[in-house]
Design a protein around this ligand. Sequence first.
Ligand code: ADP
Length: 368
Amino acid sequence: QKAVAVMTSGGDAPGMNANVRAIVRTIINKGARAYCVMEGYEGLVKGGPEYIKECNWEFVRGWLSEGGTNIGTARCMEFKQREGRLTACKNLIDAGIDALIVCGGDGSLTGADLFRSEWPSLIKELLDTNQITSELYERYKHLNICGTVGSIDNDMSTTDATIGAYSALDRICTAIDYIEATAYSHSRAFVVEVMGRNCGWLALMAGIATSADYIFIPEKPAQTNSWEDQMSEIVTRHRANGKRTTIVIVAEGAIDNNLNPITCDDVHKVLSNRLKLDTRITILGHVQRGGTAVAYDRILSTLQGVEAVNAILESTPETPSPLIAVNENKITRKPLMESVALTKSVADAIAAKDFDKAMSLRDVEFKE
Ligand code: ADP
């Protein structure tokens, strides 16, 4: 009987619990043993039955809608070092794990891919230093891994949606609806900061969904010499048309074309000093991560969880590690390495000021 473990890693996202639930139950359904690794890579490095826990069907009951991740997540510096990954390798063998499914962002999936490619040399070292027997070496010579993408930012290339992105977007829209009511009453302007470091998806989609006046995103940066004039002209025009509210959305990672950050304070200054609008700043922060998963995330997590288990049980030592994606409403498998590399190339394109390339790599069609 095979044993498959699942873990969540990196930033938490609504839908991670639904993903773990679907993975655990599909593993059991396929006749294998299901394990949860607690606290992300930290649990892998710590090891033992407290951190690499066998789970039954009931363990994940009620998890379908819950936000956050019930099996914990952590940033783990030790796993970034080979020594930490060697310990993790030993712990997985001790627990009898054959394969690992990681639900996380691009950092976590980079770590997972590295772990798999390094596995043959890690396990050989354990054999050579007499930490495992030759029987165990033969049995666990290969580790298959599979990735599902949990990230509220929707920042992974090659997939249309990441688990948690639509829940965070829904939270942002609700918050802006609340703000609209008070902004309307006082005829105020609000500058709203949303999450998204290298990725402006949340800001862009929230801008469309709430009819914001102006947005700032990293992939299409504000022009140093003209953004203040352009924003002022647009806001003034909207006000002249009778609008009593002004909403400007700023992604956490917003920049200008010289890569200088654009902050809420920068925007506030223009609206307040130049346009004389009564302006407030609202930083939504971790509220965006909280609450239950929206229906789309529950469905995406469940379908992708089933596919992740199918993919890992079909994997051979030669199969490139799969990443479970969604493309044009179909659940698909992508080579994890390529998805991670493409995602990194967006950040590289932004750093190199090649913003057209950054936008094209995001798979968002953007027509003026
Ligand atoms: P996310 O998965 O949300 O992008 P992080 O980048 O913080 O979040 O990664 C989460 C964890 O994954 C890190 O704390 C670390 O343990 C592991 N990790 C990230 N990048 C690497 C890497 N290049 N090599 C090994 N482990 C990594």
